[in-house]
Each structure stands twice: as C-alpha cells, then as structure tokens.
Ligand binder design. Structure first.
Ligand code: ADP
Ligand code: ASP
Ligand code: MG
Length: 408
C-alpha cells in the first residue's frame, strides 16, 4: 500500500461524465489498497471564462479580487468529484486551498507555496477517505486567497506530494505522457518513457506547457517522483526523474520546445557608449516587464542596435516605454515584431557533443528559415524565427535530430 497524489487537468474534468471517469480511475487505486490525495483544476475553459468576466468590468481589476474570482473554478470541481466518489461508494472530502491551509506568499496571481498543513489530510486518510484539494490556489498570512499562476494545479499536486512524502505524483492530462515535442504540432512526435528534471525544466521554461515550470522546479528540489499520464487511457506515461548514470548512451537531443508568446523590440542607432543596456532595460524592468532574450550589435558608425524579446502580453507597454527611452537616448528608430516564435532544442546529451548548434542552423538554412536571435546554454539552443515558419522548423529539426516516431 502506498500514497499517491493525482492531479487532473481541465480537460480531464471538463464534463460531469469525465469527472465520473476520474472517480473510477481513483477507485482503481483505492481497490488496490492505496491512499489517494487528488488535486484538481477547474473545468476546461472555466478559468478563461472567469477572466473574461473580470475584463468586462475593468481593464485593471485588483490582483486580490482576481484571485478571489479565478479560484472559484477549482471549488466547483472538487465538490463534483467528491460527489462522484460518494456515488460509487468511496468516502471522500473536498477542501479549498485555504481550508487545507496551503500557505503562500502574497504575490497574487503568481503566489509561491511556502507551507502545507498536512494534518487534516492525514486525519482523513486515516479514516479511509479520498482527499480532494482545489488546485491552483492557496491563502496568504492575512487570510487572502491567492493563486499560483496559469497551469498552477500541477504545482499544487507536486507540493502536496512533497509535503505528504507520496510514493509518486501522477499528473493526469489529455496526452499519454511527455513527447519529444508537442504532439499536436508534430504527428511523428515520440512519447518519452523517461526524462530528467533538468531537461523537463528546460522544456517547460521554453514553452512546453504540459507541466507548469514551478511544478517541475518543486519536484526536482524535493525529489518527488513525477509521472505524466493520460486520464482516460491506460499506460505508464512518462517518468520525470533524476539523471541516471546508466551506461546507455543518451540521445543528443531529447526534445524540441517552442514558445509562440514572444514579441521582439529593437531600438536602432543608439550611441555606443557605456550604460546603454541599463538605460534601455532599466525602464522596461521598472514597468514590471520581464525580458527574455537580448542581443546587441555594434555598427561601423559607432552606434548600436539593441534587440530584446518580451512576453506578447507585455508587447504594447514595452513599445511605449521603449519609444520614450529611444527619444531620450537620441536613437534613430524603434522597430517591433510580434509575429515571432522561439524554437529550442533541449538535451543533456548536448554537453558531450560538439556541432549541435551548427547542425541546427544548417537544418533551418536548408528550409530557408532566417534566424533572428540565438541563445544557448549547456543543454539547450534557442532561436527566434518568424512565426509563420514555426511548424516547418520544428518538423525539420525533429526529423534531423532523429526524433521521429517512424511507426506513425
Ligand atoms: P491540463 O489541462 O491537463 O493541465 P495542458 O493543456 O496544460 O493540460 O497540458 C497538456 C498539453 O500540453 C497537451 O495537450 C499538449 O498539446 C501540450 N504539450 C506541449 N508540449 C508537449 C510535450 N512535449 N509533450 C506532451 N504534451 C505537450
Ligand atoms: N485553472 C487554472 C488554469 O486554467 C489552473 C490549472 O488548470 O492548472 O490556469
Ligand atoms: Mg496544465
């Protein structure tokens, strides 16, 4: 007998039928003698619907009230799942984040979990109950409801598993595991049996939204065995694990991630003097805008072109800030492009293989795809390209790096 934490995402609880299906899945674990704690998301589309309601009233609703609003989606699903379990004879109790006491900081909309009180959960488990916890939400020290950022129920699941020292944390979703790239974009994407925390963290950070970034960070930090599985199909899914030292040779590239949420801004003809980068990026960061990639090129006339990327949601405000800065610096012009995308290849095997970058650039060149920005780290290479080439680029790289599942 072991303790499992299950997390079910929005599509997996998207209808009452599916919720009853989830109850059956949980029953299988209970019948096998295991304890189960469940974290659930809101029904699919619900969080977006709630955000839409707020936007209909105000352009800038306060973060505190937004959290009160968007946390309600999960409260619906915990109660419905609990009812579905009762219906098939399983004792169960549902709790909101604040009832459990999932304590977070006060950063509304992107709160971090600081502590989980496991007392109530343990008492219910001792009574043979299934415990269902609302994902995505917590409470701060002042008693205000907080939320953990989009996709945050993954983090609730992993944090519960860490706090309860669960045997495994299962993330049930609408795909049967983590693939070499988004299977909705590349038909020949291959399911991975295993992937390291480090690689999964890069994949998530670079745009593979199958797991929220923080959930992977958390799982890596607390060594929570994490598995991604399909909620309506059988299978062993993908295990996210620490790097094993087996002698099996690792593939150079484990996966390809992409992010369509970026936008690019360039200020041209800036005098090339010390302090320029900070003069440009200081006001951007003061406006609470996070910068992702940065490039600076010096021209022969002693001016520089300075390019950076931001999240598309921040594009308009970044442009306003940058135009003011450009005028102050006496720059020639500001140009912007929000039809770009970042494509990244990820793999721990890259550490021991030279020539991966040139192969990537070669493949893109053969497809006539122009690279606008490049950035690299030990285990990833990212390029910014025009959005219209996204699918072509990902497919070509997927084939070139030997990732295609040829049985498909
Ligand atoms: P949930 O609602 O269960 O949290 P998400 O939509 O957040 O589900 O995550 C699952 C989706 O992630 C899949 O439907 C898939 O399109 C997408 N995805 C992106 N990259 C990958 C990848 N490398 N492997 C598997 N799925 C991926
Ligand atoms: N319901 C939240 C969202 O849509 C949290 C989650 O599903 O993980 O982002
Ligand atoms: Mg998700």
């Amino acid at each position: 007998m072991a303790l499992y934490v299950h997390k079910y995402g929005g599509t997996s609880v998207g209808t009452t039928d599916r919720i009853e299906g989830v109850a059956q899945k949980i029953k299988k674990f209970k019948d096998a003698g295991h304890d189960v704690v469940v974290a659930v998301s809101a029904m699919s589309g619900e969080t977006n619907r709630l955000i839409g309601l707020a936007k209909a009233i105000s352009d800038e609703p306060t973060p505190r009230e937004m959290d009160v609003l968007v946390s309600t989606g999960e409260q619906v699903t915990i109660s419905l799942l609990s009812m579905a379990l009762h219906k098939i004879g399983l004792p169960a109790r549902s709790y909101t984040g604040s009832q459990v006491r999932i304590l977070t900081d006060s950063a509304h909309g992107k709160a971090r979990i600081q502590d989980i009180d496991t007392q109530r959960i343990r008492a219910d488990l001792d009574q043979g109950r299934v415990v269902i916890v609302a994902g995505f939400q917590g409470v701060d020290e002042h008693g205000s409801i907080t939320t953990l950022g989009r996709g945050g129920s993954d983090t609730t699941g992993v944090a519960l598993a860490a706090a309860l020292e669960a045997h495994e944390c299962h993330i049930y979703t609408d795909v049967d595991g983590v693939y070499t790239t988004d299977p909705r974009v590349v038909d020949k994407a291959k399911r991975l049996d295993k992937i390291t925390f480090e690689e999964m963290l890069e994949m998530a950070s670079l745009g593979s939204k199958v797991l929220q970034i923080r959930s992977v960070e958390f799982a890596g930090k607390y060594k929570v065995p994490l598995r991604v599985l399909h909620s309506r199909e059988e299978g062993s899914g993908t295990l996210i694990t620490t790097e094993d030292d087996s002698s099996v040779e690792k593939p150079v590239i484990s996966g390809i991630a992409f992010n369509r949420d970026e936008a690019k801004l360039t200020v041209m003809g800036v005098p090339d003097i010390p302090g320029v980068a900070s003069k440009i990026l200081g006001p951007i960061s003061a406006a609470n805008i996070e910068v992702d990639m940065i490039v600076q090129n010096v021209a022969a006339d002693n001016t520089t072109d300075f390019t950076f990327t931001v999240h598309r949601n921040d594009f308009a405000s970044a442009e306003t800030v940058l135009k003011a800065v450009a005028e102050e610096l006496g720059a020639r012009e500001v140009s912007t492009d929000n039809k770009i995308t970042k494509v990244s290849i990820v793999g721990v095997g890259m550490r021991s293989h030279a020539g991966v970058a040139s192969k990537m650039f070669d493949v893109l060149a053969q497809e006539n795809i122009n690279i606008q920005i490049i950035s690299t780290s030990e285990i990833k290479i990212s390029v910014v390209i025009a959005e219209k080439y996204l699918e072509l680029a990902v497919r070509a790289l997927h084939t070139a790096f030997g990732l295609d599942d040829d049985t498909k």
